[in-house]
Design a protein around this ligand. Sequence first.
Ligand SMILES: [Zn+2]
Length: 178
Amino acid sequence: MTCDEAEVLIHALIDGELDAGHARDVEAHVAGCARCAARFSAWRDLRDAMPVRGLRHAAPASLRSRIERAVPSPAKTDRRALLKGFVAGGALSALDGVTPERLNVGGLLARVKQGVDEVILAMNATVEGQTTAHYLTDQLSDFDVKVTRLAHGVPVGGELDYLDEGTLAAALKSRTAF
Ligand SMILES: [Zn+2]
C-alpha cells in the first residue's frame, strides 16, 4: 500500500467504515510508516476533539427536507425484473414458517406443463435459497425440462483477498471455460 492509498483509507479507518481486510492493510502500513502514523494520530486526535467541543450539529429538519426536495431521487430499478420470467413466492424456511404449500409451486408446474425449455433457479445463496432450489428441482424431476441455477462465486468488482473460503470454493466449483 502506498502513502497516497493509505491517506484515503485512514479517514475511513478512523470513522470505522473499513472492512477487516482493508483495516488490517492500513494498520500495517501505518505501523511501518512514520509519516502516515503522524497523519493517523493527528486525524484521530481531531476526531476525538470534536464531540468534546460540541462541534457536531444536526441539520434542522427544515434544511434537511429542502435538500431532499432539491436532490433528485435515483430511479429505483427492480433487479428481479432482469429475471423477467416466472417468480415463485419466497423461499422455504422452517424457522419463518414458509412451507412448500406456501411457495407458488403449483403455478410453476402448470407453466412447465405448457412447455418450457429451461427453468432457471435464481435463488439467494442462503440455506433457505438452496433448500428451495433442491425442493423445486425435486418437484421438476418428472418433467422433461432443463433445470439450471445461477452460478455462485466472486461478485463483480469483488477482490479475492476479501472473499470467505466458502465463496471461493463455490467459485472454483462453478468455474467455466475461458
Ligand atoms: Zn505512508
